[in-house]
Structures are given as structure tokens and as C-alpha cells.
Design a protein around this ligand. Structure first.
Ligand code: 3PG
Length: 305
């Protein structure tokens, strides 16, 4: 039986070797499709596999329909907004993610981007320090918690807003829990966006919300471009010349943002948050183990559909 690893953005070699070892030991054959450029390559590759490991690769209804033997898809990572859950469920395909496995890597990149912005993109001019600054963490999940841990070492003042997290849990980390999104945006001299893309969060970061940010605020988005209303972000950046926006997910209007806001806007060319050897190994190996357990024993931990 074949298990496909389909990654437009390949895993570190050590992760791929680890996945191969787990699949070999379980009697499955690893098929690798890396850096593919056409959807047809994915459609061809899924034709005879029972399981797929992906990253941000799109698994839509067409991919599910082309995978006639498919039993399980594991998203090696946290967000599964790239998978058509309805189509998977209808085809009796189990979908899982590997929560927490790459969150330290993403959280570390928050600070990579942040220091670049705080020091004016290393242009030689005088920047700002993070010590003593108020950091607003939008969503206190695995990434949010790691952001808080690192920020404490930098001496930042921490605030978080998360409707799914209890005050006790947030406060236990010496982070102040806030109860409205407005309060978070009013406080955040630095804002770290860590929310998933869901029907509720899509385009939810709009001009009204952004306008609550204090003067000189820096926004860091390592979540999804879809959670930002991109036209309104552009308008906001035009009106609020004091604001910087750093993102790990290139917006659709990236070229225009670059042109209009030099020194205030930056995007990584490709999503880099989870792109470390450690995160690849953690998430890739977790995905392989989850597949083996599901196929051998039916274990459904981390199932999302
Ligand atoms: C995730 O949802 O786990 C992160 O956004 C990382 O995505 P990637 O695996 O495509 O780098």
C-alpha cells in the first residue's frame, strides 16, 4: 500500500528519512511528490495511494475524487483550511492535523519578523526595543503560547485574547487575559496574529479594528492572509503612516503594498514559519505515525472531520 508525501514546499531531508523509516517498518511504500508545479501532477500521484501527508498543499474535491483508494489525509501542521473537509467526509476519508508540532518554529519567526521591523529593516536609522512594549497575542493556541514564552524573555508586557481559552489558563502564564478583541487592539503596541482561517475569522481584521491600534504599532501576521481584509489593510496603512505590517503570508496585493509602503511593509517570499528541520521532523513524523495507527488500529486522535 502506498503513502504519498505531497509537498510543494519540501520537508527537510531528515524528516523525509524519518517518515520513510516509519512507513517501511509498517510495510507501506513511500511515494514522494515535491516542488510540483501543476495540479495534474498531484491528481496523478494520488490515484493509487491509501494515505497522503501534505503541508499547505490544496486537497480539494477534485483531488479527493481522483484518489480512489484514499483512507486518510494528514496535514503535517496546524491549519487545515487547505483541505475540503466536506468532500473528504463524503468520500469516507479521515482528515487529521498534527497540532503543536511546528508551533515553536512559527513563534520564533514572529520575533524574527518583529525585530526586523522594530529596527527599521536594518536601514541604519534608529529603531525601537521590544523590552517593556505591550504585546497583544490574538489567539492563545499552540503558537500564541510559544510567542508568550519567548516574549517574556524579552521583557515584554503580555496580553491575549482567545474566546476558546479560560482566563485561568492564560493568566497562569503571566499573560493578561482580555475579553474583547477591541481591548486587545487598543493595547497592542505589537500585535501577533495567530488565529486560524475559518468562516468566522476570514477578513475579520478590518480597518475599524486596525484603527484601534496605538500609534507606532507593529503588526506581525504568521497565521493566514485570509484573516486580513487586504483592501482595508492597504487603506489603513495609507492613513496610518505610523504603522508597520510584517507578514509570513504574502497578500494578494503584495506588489502594491511593497510599492506604497517601503520600510513599513515586509512579506517573506514563501511561508517560512514552519520551515525548520525541527518542525519538519516533528510534524512529518507525527503525521506518519498517525497514518500507521489509523490504518492498523483505527485510532482517530487528531481527526478533524
Ligand atoms: C500550519 O498551519 O501548520 C503553518 O501555517 C505551516 O504551514 P506549512 O507547513 O505550509 O509551512
Amino acid at each position: 500500500m502506498k503513502v504519498l508525501v505531497a509537498t510543494d514546499k519540501p520537508f527537510d531531508q531528515k524528516a523525509t528519512n524519518g517518515i520513510r523509516g516509519i512507513l517501511d517498518a509498517a510495510g507501506y511504500e513511500l511515494v514522494l511528490l515535491e516542488k510540483y508545479t501543476e495540479k495534474q501532477q498531484l491528481l496523478d500521484a494520488v490515484a493509487d495511494v491509501v494515505a497522503i501527508i501534505i503541508r499547505s498543499d490544496i486537497v480539494d474535491a477534485e483531488v479527493i475524487a481522483a484518489a480512489k483508494n484514499l483512507k486518510i489525509v494528514v496535514r503535517a501542521g496546524a491549519g487545515y483550511d487547505n483541505i475540503d473537509l466536506k468532500a473528504a467526509t463524503a468520500a469516507n476519508v479521515c482528515v487529521m492535523n498534527t497540532p503543536g508540532q511546528n508551533s515553536n518554529a512559527v513563534a520564533e519567526l514572529v520575533f524574527g519578523l518583529l525585530i526586523y521591523g522594530a529596527r527599521n529593516f536594518y536601514d541604519g536609522s534608529s529603531g525601537i526595543e521590544l523590552k517593556g512594549k505591550k504585546l497583544g497575542i490574538q489567539a492563545y493556541g499552540n503558537v500564541g503560547r510559544n510567542v508568550a514564552r519567548i516574549a517574556k524573555g524579552l521583557g515584554m508586557e503580555l496580553y491575549a485574547y482567545d474566546t476558546l481559552c479560560s482566563d485561568e489558563l492564560i493568566a497562569a502564564d503571566d499573560v493578561v487575559p482580555l475579553h474583547t478583541i477591541s481591548e486587545l487592539y487598543e493595547k497592542a503596541e505589537i500585535l501577533s496574529i495567530n488565529i486560524p482561517a475559518t468562516p468566522e475569522t476570514r477578513r475579520s481584521i478590518n480597518r475599524d479594528l486596525l484603527n484601534l491600534l496605538p500609534k507606532g504599532a507593529i503588526i506581525v501576521n504568521t497565521a493566514r492572509k485570509e484573516v486580513v481584509n487586504e483592501e482595508e489593510m492597504m487603506q489603513f496603512m495609507q492613513e496610518r503612516t505610523d504603522i508597520k505590517y510584517l507578514t509570513d503570508i504574502k497578500p494578494d496585493n503584495h506588489e502594491e503594498m511593497c510599492k506604497k509602503f517601503p520600510g513599513r511593509y515586509f512579506s517573506t517570499p514563501k511561508k517560512m514559519g514552519a520551515q525548520t528541520a525541527e518542525a519538519n521532523i516533528n510534524a512529518g513524523i507525527a503525521a506518519a505515525n498517525q497514518i500507521v495507527r489509523y490504518l492498523k488500529t483505527g485510532e482517530e486522535r487528531f481527526r478533524v472531520n
